[in-house]
Design a protein around this ligand. Structure first.
Ligand SMILES: Cc1cc2nc3c(=O)[nH]c(=O)nc-3n(C[C@H](O)[C@H](O)[C@H](O)COP(=O)(O)OP(=O)(O)OC[C@H]3O[C@@H](n4cnc5c(N)ncnc54)[C@H](O)[C@@H]3O)c2cc1C
Ligand SMILES: *[C@@H]1O[C@H](CO)[C@@H](O)[C@H](O)[C@H]1NC(C)=O
Ligand SMILES: *[C@@H]1O[C@H](CO)[C@@H](O)[C@H](O)[C@H]1NC(C)=O
Ligand SMILES: *[C@@H]1O[C@H](CO)[C@@H](O)[C@H](O)[C@H]1NC(C)=O
Ligand SMILES: *[C@@H]1O[C@H](CO)[C@@H](O)[C@H](O)[C@H]1NC(C)=O
Ligand SMILES: *[C@@H]1O[C@H](CO)[C@@H](O)[C@H](O)[C@H]1NC(C)=O
Length: 612
């Protein structure tokens, strides 16, 4: 969807597909549709066959009569880089499955640029992600609704049924559950989706020990199930088909079943260039073969977005929507690496290299029935902790956040509605900083003898994703994370690192492991020293881009309303990660699936409706 709008206006490809309701005309260029041409009329057209797009397409075509066309720029791929679960990250290392976009130089990160990773293949980012499936805290969703008032159906309660519909939970087998001390509660899960939340059949005892070690620090909550909406230390599943032990994603879980229906059409390797507008009504979609270069003759962009930006690209504004491409957020990854010199809990991942006996066992287990360590993707355990649990400065930092002149930390000349939305978000975050129901701290536990995946779950800075006005059709969007634009981010992050030091260095349950701090290093102590350190080392992305078509009231800079309809345009919705007004405190894919499931009901029934 963001792509759709991108074409129109300001964002390209930063998150999902766009759903175009009631289009009448599809000017078909060359299309690849299992050898046939697309029709000229559909009930719905979906731009982008990614995580959300394929979910919505599957649901809308379930009745066997509603016609849907999905237009996807990537290929239908059976690459092993997608299906392989081992290590979790193989899709990410395969450029042919990704958009090759580089961010603009990050001013507060010493002008470093980073790769903007987004899946470009049928299945979208669900085909290349690290397979961690995490349901964020209940309060994250209540914040979304709060911008619309107390009765919004965008709340934890309003989304929980869709989380259950979104995934098919298959519990870990009894042996690993017992030996690793895994806990889960199936009452938070469903069993009908084609997308699986499964578990590897092996866990390292060292992972369990790293989890248990959080009991050595006061006040850390332990949570029974990752789907409960409570922050704490918990186990979570993997986007994996537990029978095949392969990645389960939007293509396998939704496309493959929709493809058996005559009313579902997918055009692959086709690039959507614009939405065809009839006045302010979305009437169709114009697309070209993905290989088409800059010679295409079309000159009319859709014209939905910030007027000033559009006019600098010589695009007529049809609907002035200042929020398009603003409010961009992602999870920063902080380098905080600790190495254990006496890590004697065996086996641990190091033994895959160091211990021939263990490696031989591991290879045999995989060959026999796809069990053992090779069935682990990125890992299944992490701490997701509220700010008051990790820091005594929660009230001080929350008060400082409330007292800010928030607009100072946005781009100069940001539209007042967008600035008002940012202020509303920061006031909500001040409450979240003081709350034990919202997680800011994330340390991923892999069982290894060094560990460095420390994530800030609620960054305060906001970036932009804008068209490149010099050639909006053919140049990639200008992606600017604006990392550390709000100086309180580095204060929050310093507290995250200080707590991580406590876990590794001042914890009776980790003492035996004899940790050494490799980074930041003991010379980094004060808030100022931390700010310098982050400027040098922070990664502004955990590949969770959201926010650029925010679901917020229009007077708060929103792009879509609570039904996900684009303000001022008839027949056009955005359904994907870009509608998240505030980035949730967890990896984003499970939330995108749930949003898409809910959107499908909003589209077909006009209201949230769970049909059991
Ligand atoms: C490397 C990586 C690792 C990640 N790890 C995790 C993880 O472990 N756990 C987790 O929960 N989340 C993870 N995520 C994030 C998660 O996968 C995404 O948030 C989610 O998949 C986004 O879904 P979406 O529908 O918004 O967009 P996408 O799934 O990206 O779908 C967008 C689709 O639109 C297509 N498209 C774009 N422009 C056009 C155009 N002009 N015309 C036609 N089609 C177009 C794209 O090719 C793509 O298929 C990761 C993401 C990445 C990239
Ligand atoms: C980053 O780039 C900007 C614009 O080119 C320049 O003004 C600034 O000095 C650079 N900063 C650093 C630390 O190099
Ligand atoms: C297993 O978890 C329980 C709590 O759920 C805890 O009391 C116990 O110490 C754990 N055992 C191990 C071996 O970690
Ligand atoms: C949050 O939890 C911590 C640790 O259990 C506790 O000290 C603190 O009082 C709690 N704060 C709130 C606001 O509940
Ligand atoms: C190697 O791994 C095997 C199997 O896990 C274990 O029994 C053995 O003690 C390990 N050897 C060393 C040196 O750690
Ligand atoms: C896989 O096979 C091994 C022996 O070959 C057996 O011990 C184990 O239980 C099997 N695991 C699963 C998950 O089937």
């Amino acid at each position: 969807m963001a792509r759709l709008l991108s074409i129109l206006a300001a964002i390209v490809a930063v998150t999902g597909p766009v759903c175009l309701a009631y289009p009448r005309e599809v000017p078909a260029s060359k299309v690849f549709l299992n050898g046939r041409q697309v029709d000229t009329e559909y009930d719905y057209i979906i731009v982008g066959g990614g995580t959300a797009g394929l979910t919505v397409a599957d649901r809308l075509t379930e009745d066997g009569t509603t016609t849907v066309l999905v237009i996807e720029i990537g290929k239908l791929s059976n690459s092993a880089a997608i299906t392989t679960v081992t290590g979790g990250f193989s899709g990410m290392s395969n450029p042919s499955l990704l958009f090759g976009i580089q961010s603009v130089p990050q001013r507060n990160l010493r002008n470093r640029t980073v790769a903007v990773q987004i899946g470009k293949v049928v299945g979208g980012s669900s085909a290349v992600n690290a397979m961690m499936t995490v349901r964020p805290a209940a309060e994250d969703f209540d914040i979304w609704g709060s911008f619309f008032g107390p009765n919004s159906h965008w709340s934890w309660q309003g989304l929980l049924p869709y989380f259950k519909r979104a995934l098919n939970f298959v519990p870990p087998d009894e042996a690993v559950t017992k030996s690793a001390n895994i806990t889960y509660d199936t009452s938070y899960w469903g069993t009908t989706s084609g997308v699986y939340a499964g578990w590897p059949s092996f866990q390292y005892p060292s992972t369990t020990a790293q989890m248990e070690a959080f009991r050595g620090l006061p006040g850390v909550p332990f949570v029974q199930d990752s789907g409960s909406g409570q922050p704490g230390v918990y186990w979570y599943p993997t986007f994996m088909d537990p029978k095949k032990v392969e990645r389960s994603y939007a293509r396998t879980g939704h496309h493959d079943q929709a493809a058996t229906r005559p009313n579902y059409h997918l055009a692959t390797e086709s690039k959507v260039r614009r939405i065809v507008l009839d006045g302010t009504k979305a009437a169709g979609v114009a697309f070209v073969p993905a290989s088409a270069g800059s010679t295409a003759t079309e000159t009319v962009l859709s014209g939905i977005g910030p007027r000033q930006l559009l006019s600098s690209a010589n695009i007529d504004t049809v609907v002035d929507l200042p929020g398009v491409g603003q409010n961009f957020q992602d999870h920063p990854i902080i380098q905080a690496t600790f190495q254990y010199s006496r890590f004697n809990i065996r086996p641990n991942p190091t033994d895959l290299f160091a211990n021939a006996t263990f490696r031989a066992w591991s290879e045999a287990a995989w060959a026999a029935n796809r069990s053992g360590p090779n069935s682990i993707a990125t890992g299944n355990a992490a701490a997701w902790l509220p700010f008051p649990v990790i820091s005594s400065r929660a009230d001080e930092i929350a008060s400082a956040l409330e007292a800010q002149n928030h607009a100072n930390y946005l781009e100069p000349n940001t539209d007042p509605t967008v600035a008002a939305g940012y202020r509303a978000q920061m006031l909500a975050y001040a409450s979240a900083l003081r709350s034990n129901g919202s997680a800011f701290y994330n340390l991923v536990l892999t069982g290894g003898s060094s560990n460095g995946i420390l994530v800030d779950l609620h960054p305060l800075s906001r970036g932009t994703v804008n068209i490149d006005t010099s050639d909006p059709y053919n140049r990639p969007p200008r992606v600017d994370y604006r990392a550390l634009a709000n100086p309180l981010d580095s204060v929050v992050m310093a507290e995250l690192v200080r707590f991580t030091r406590k876990y590794h260095l001042e914890n009776p349950l980790t003492r035996d492991w004899a940790a050494t701090e490799l980074s930041p290093g003991r010379s980094v102590q004060t808030d100022q020293q931390f700010a310098d350190y982050f400027a040098r080392t922070l990664s502004p992305t955990e590949f969770h881009p959201v926010g650029t078509c925010a679901m917020m009231p229009r007077e708060l800079g929103g792009v879509v309303d609570e039904e996900l309809r684009v303000y001022g345009v008839e027949g056009l919705r955005v359904v994907d990660g870009s509608i998240m007004s505030t980035l949730v405190g967890g990896n984003t894919c499970q939330t995108v699936y749930a949003v898409a499931e809910k959107a499908a009901d909003l589209i077909r029934y006009g209201a949230p409706k769970i049909v059991e």
